[in-house]
Structure formats: structure tokens, C-alpha cells
Design a protein around this ligand. Structure first.
Ligand SMILES: Nc1nc2c(c(=O)[nH]1)N[C@H]1C(S)=C(S)[C@@H](COP(=O)(O)O)O[C@H]1N2
Ligand SMILES: [Mo]
Length: 456
């Protein structure tokens, strides 16, 4: 085996060469790392099984948090049909709920990158296996793997581009990541159901300690052989064809390689997690666009998503004379200047901003008019409905959002005029912005111009 090309034009010879000549990636002998094998792949696979399940669930929660059913704006995914389901109205308690779920979604997604890459590396010989399909079943399995690998890369790449590059494609990210998630997760479930039992067995055997002392290639080879003896798919499906038949000298032990992957993940954790905290901790989020130092000090010195300049908000439109809030409801329309709002009862609420991009602030002390009091001004006493909020902003994303009745009813949901004892700064939404407990930051519309209460 593997001693060089077989001469001859006979197709059977060629096939033999293809499968046995180590110069071809389709031959197992081409792949020489002694790290590859069922155990290495299984450990990484089980980490991904747990991690990606959490990513999927927190992703679904984020979807639900967008109030996807409220027309006309929050979720405009075309043709979402049944996939647009969600199971409950997003609650307003605990107020840090979205900060937690989305912080976990984004941070965990980043942390899993080294694990995903190592897992793909560990099974890359399979990509080259020839013939591409031995049977219909085999063909279907390989297509499902294509969806699995393609889906994983797609979801991770779109996710990273979105959180790191400050919305590279704000309009299209949402449906792309949404549909990609369903394709990826369907393939992921099929794969996990097929492979998890063998992976668990492989890791158990590893735990049983047979490998640690001796390490590396020899063990994997034996593991693979054992599996084969017990009959391929059942025994060592994860290890099939992964163990190099002619391993090179080890440059790192399998344990060392796992530590390297884990170290990469820890590094990403250490340079990402800080985006969910304030002050010195945020400065540790070296990799995050919304990490780094706070934008200035003082009452308004906390993270800003889009500045007034970016959003094209002209100071002339927000001045006392120019700005009017237009509130519409059952009994008609009222127009209120900032001075009118200040004459209404004002309330305080300590609430965070938690962005879909996985950064958040700790609680800020907001002060303003309760949303339910505004609803009452236009004929909704006691039982406020949904509301559609529009900003002064004329172009770009996030300039409007729909809030559900339970969010309007919460006494902590405010049209905020002050934060931390000072008037809102232009960048934080002066003269007035929405702040709702537990809602994604994107629903906290800044520079509010118009609120329409009623069934959406
Ligand atoms: N009009 C308007 N409101 C907006 C946005 C925007 O771009 N325009 N960004 C939203 C997003 S995505 C977030 S996370 C929060 C951030 O609020 P902050 O900039 O005050 O921290 O504002 C929301 N409100
Ligand atoms: Mo956001």
C-alpha cells in the first residue's frame, strides 16, 4: 500500500491508485497527522453539540424578542411561513433577559470558532473520499454534510461579520442568518442523531484512560481498528477513515492540540466577553467594535450604537421650537413639545441597553413619561395596545420599531427624556427615546417623532 503509482490504463488500477497512492488526497495515506482519529473528532463534536444547541436556542429567543408578528416592521423576512413561529410574547422581566441571552449567543458563537475550525480540520480527509457516492444513501448523507458544513460556515461568517463590522449588511443580514440557521440546524440535528452515540463512546473510552499514557497515533489507530472490528458505522462511525495509515511523527500530543483549541477559545472569550460590561471590563473587549473605552464620561458616557451624525439627525430638528412628538390613538392625535412632556408625570427606571450585536451596558437610570400614560392620552385607559414608534431619522436601519402591549403596559417602559440625571445627549436620542425592559436595543428607538397606538 502506498508505494507509488501503479502503471497501466486499466480503470481498476487507477481506482486502486486513487485509493492507495498517498500523493492523492483521496487516499487515506495522504493525510498524515497522528492527531486525527475518532477521539479527537469526538471531543470536538460533543463540545459543538452542546454549544451549537445553545446558539440555536438563544437565536430563537432573539427572534422572539423582535416581536416578529407585529406589523409593519420588526421582522420582514420574506416567505418565512412556519419558520417564523415563536412561542410566547417576549417578557419584560427580568430586565436583563436579552442582555443575557444575546450576550451568550454572540460571545459563545465567537468562542466556538476555534472548536469549529478544529472539528472541520479533523474530518477534512472525508471531503476527498472517492467515489463521491457509493450508494443513494451515501449520496444523501454527503449532501447533508454539505449543508452541515456550508451551513455552519455561513452562520458563523454572517454572524461574525454582523457583530464585528458594525452591520456590514444591515438589511440582508437578518433573513440570511435566519434562513441559514434553519438549514444548518436541520443538518446539524440529523448529524448529531447519527454521530453522537459513537462520539460519546469514543470519549468514554478515552476517559477510561487507555490513551493518555501512550497518547497519539497508536491509540487512535487501535481505536479505529476496534471500531472496524465491531462493524464500522456502529462502532466508530466518527473515526471511519480518519486515522492515518501512515502517521507522521507527532509534533503535539492530542491533549496538547485540544488545549491549543481551548486556549484559542479562551483568548476569544477574554477579548470578547467585556463587551457585555461597563468601565474597565469593556476595555478588555479588544476585538469588539462596541468594546473599547466608553465614549466619554458623565451621565451620557455609555456605548452608542449609531450617532446622531451617522443617522443624519440635524440639531435644528430636535430643538425646543421645532420638535413635536405626534401621538395617535383611538381618540385622535396629540402633538407634544418637550416642555409639554415635562409637565406630565415623570418616572424613573434603571435599565440596560442590550444590542443584538451582543454588546450591552449595565443599568442606566432613565427618566421620562410612561408609555402607558401616552397611550392613555389618546384613549387607551387601563389596557394599552401595541405601539408603532417612528424616529426623526429618514434613512438607514433601526429608525422604527413596534412594541407589544405587554411592553407598553410595563410601568418601567418609558419615553425617556433624561438619563443618569442629565438630559439625553444627541447621540443617545435627544429629545426623547424609547427604553423598554428586556427588549433588544434595536426596539429602543432614538429621536422619536411619532407613536401610533392601536392594533398592529
Ligand atoms: N433612530 C434610531 N434609533 C435607534 C438606533 C438607530 O440607529 N436609529 N439604533 C438602535 C440600536 S440597534 C440600539 S442597540 C440602541 C442603542 O442605543 P444607544 O446608542 O443609546 O446605546 O438604539 C436603537 N435605537
Ligand atoms: Mo442594536
Amino acid at each position: 500500500m502506498g508505494r507509488g503509482p501503479f502503471p497501466g490504463p486499466v480503470p481498476a488500477y487507477r481506482r486502486y491508485m486513487r485509493d492507495h497512492d498517498p500523493r492523492f488526497p483521496s487516499s487515506p495515506g495522504f493525510w498524515r497527522s497522528p492527531l486525527r482519529g475518532p477521539r479527537f473528532t469526538s471531543v470536538l463534536g460533543l463540545v459543538l453539540l452542546a454549544g451549537i444547541t445553545v446558539l440555536f436556542l438563544t437565536g430563537l429567543l432573539s427572534y422572539a424578542a423582535y416581536n416578529p408578528n407585529l406589523s409593519p416592521v420588526n421582522d420582514q423576512t420574506p416567505g418565512k411561513g412556519l419558520l417564523g413561529f415563536y412561542l410566547f410574547a417576549w417578557p419584560t422581566d427580568p430586565p436583563w433577559l436579552y442582555r443575557l441571552t444575546q450576550g451568550v449567543h454572540v460571545t459563545l458563537g465567537l468562542v466556538l470558532i476555534p472548536v469549529l475550525l478544529a472539528k472541520l480540520w479533523s474530518v477534512v480527509p472525508r471531503l476527498f473520499t472517492l467515489p463521491p457516492a457509493r450508494s443513494l444513501a451515501h449520496a444523501l448523507e454527503r449532501i447533508s454534510l454539505l449543508l452541515l458544513v456550508g451551513g455552519a460556515l455561513f452562520e458563523f461568517v454572517t454572524g461574525v461579520l454582523n457583530v464585528q463590522l458594525d452591520y456590514l449588511f444591515p438589511g440582508s443580514f437578518y433573513p440570511l442568518h435566519f434562513y441559514g440557521a434553519w438549514v444548518f440546524f436541520a443538518a446539524f440535528v440529523a448529524h448529531a442523531v447519527l454521530k453522537a452515540p459513537a462520539a460519546v463512546r469514543n470519549v468514554r473510552r478515552m476517559r477510561a484512560g487507555t490513551e493518555d499514557a501512550r497518547g497519539g497515533a497508536e491509540e487512535d489507530a487501535r481505536g479505529g481498528a476496534e471500531g472496524d472490528a465491531r462493524g464500522g458505522a456502529e462502532g466508530d462511525a466518527e473515526g471511519d477513515g480518519l486515522v492515518s495509515p501512515r502517521p507522521g511523527a507527532p509534533t503535539v500530543s492530542r491533549r496538547g492540540a485540544l488545549w491549543t483549541v481551548g486556549g484559542g477559545s479562551l483568548l476569544l472569550l477574554g477579548t470578547s466577553a467585556g463587551r457585555n460590561f461597563d468601565g474597565p471590563l469593556r476595555a478588555t473587549a479588544l476585538l469588539a467594535p462596541h468594546g473599547g473605552p466608553e465614549p466619554g464620561t458623565g451621565p451620557n458616557g455609555f456605548q452608542i450604537n449609531k450617532t446622531a451624525a451617522y443617522a443624519g439627525i440635524d440639531a435644528a430638528e430636535t430643538g425646543e421650537d421645532a420638535w413635536r412628538l405626534v401621538v395617535t390613538g383611538r381618540t385622535g392625535t396629540v402633538r407634544l413639545g418637550r416642555a409639554d412632556l415635562l409637565r406630565l408625570p415623570l418616572y424613573g427606571a434603571a435599565l440596560p441597553i442590550a444590542c443584538v450585536e451582543g454588546w450591552s451596558t449595565s443599568d442606566q437610570r432613565w427618566r421620562g413619561v410612561r408609555l402607558r400614560d401616552l397611550a392613555a392620552l389618546v384613549g387607551f385607559d387601563g389596557d394599552p395596545p401595541d405601539v408603532f414608534v417612528e424616529s426623526l431619522q429618514r434613512r438607514g436601519a433601526f429608525r422604527h420599531g413596534a412594541l407589544r402591549a405587554n411592553q407598553v403596559a410595563d410601568p418601567r417602559s418609558l419615553l425617556a427624556l433624561y438619563v443618569n440625571g442629565a438630559a439625553l445627549s444627541q447621540d443617545h436620542g435627544y429629545p426623547a427615546r424609547i427604553i423598554v425592559p428586556a427588549a433588544p436595543g434595536v426596539l429602543n428607538t432614538k429621536w422619536v417623532a411619532r407613536m401610533t397606538f392601536g392594533d398592529l
